[in-house]
Write a new protein. Structure first.
Length: 209
């Protein structure tokens, strides 16, 4: 298949999120200006569904630009719209969950993640970037070894740069190598309030970096 056809197919895949991305932009474009430091939380549905982020961190201007069903390459495509346009001082990134489920290799996820990181650093080299580990889930537990491999690679990235950090939610959601079932909603994939309370306890350690 010719290269331009591959490129066209890739663009088409990204365009399925266009309306959702536009809606996110409109939401935050209509908010009043603030002198608070801006923090962006972005990635797939585990971020999108975290609806009370602004109330958890009221001292900051919180942007939740998560978009459901996305993979790392989708976030790379929309990095400007979902991250850079807000000129954040800190960015929390959650990618890889859907990638692994869709058969995308760890190497490709890390390459996409590095490109996203480089774009953020190109805009502002002092921006703190926190990589949130892939979470475990009931529905995708059979892929746990692949998620663990991805998490190891993400953690390794953060050891090379003092402005990169790793937020380990994976280990907090497991007890003696077994899932903490009460953290999940009925679909077996997403979290309930118990799950998000646990995430909050982990994430808040990185807010005041």
């Amino acid at each position: 298949m010719p290269l331009f056809i591959f490129q066209f197919i890739g663009a088409q895949n990204h365009l399925k999120f266009k309306d959702e991305v536009v809606a996110i932009q409109k939401k935050y474009d209509t908010l009043p200006a603030t002198l608070k430091e801006t923090i962006v939380f972005t990635g797939s549905s585990s971020i999108r569904l975290w609806g009370n982020l602004p109330t958890l961190f009221p001292k900051y201007h919180i942007i939740n630009s998560g978009f459901g069903g996305s993979v790392s390459n989708d976030l790379l495509f929309y990095t400007k719209e979902l991250i850079l346009n807000y000129k954040p001082k800190k960015v929390f990134v959650y990618v890889g969950d859907n990638d692994i489920y869709n058969g995308i290799k760890t190497k490709e996820i890390i390459i996409n993640l590095l490109k996203i990181i480089n774009q953020i650093k190109k805009q502002n080299a002092n921006t703190q970037i926190i990589l949130i580990s892939a979470k475990p889930s009931i529905k995708r537990w059979h892929l746990k070894k692949k998620y663990q491999k991805l998490n190891r690679k993400q953690k390794q990235l953060t050891k090379k740069d003092p402005r990169l950090h790793y937020a380990d939610v994976w280990s907090k959601m497991i007890d003696l190598k077994k899932l903490k079932i009460p953290l999940f909603s009925s679909d077996g994939l997403h979290m309930n309030t118990n799950g998000y309370d646990l995430w909050h306890a982990t994430i808040k350690e990185f807010i005041n970096l």
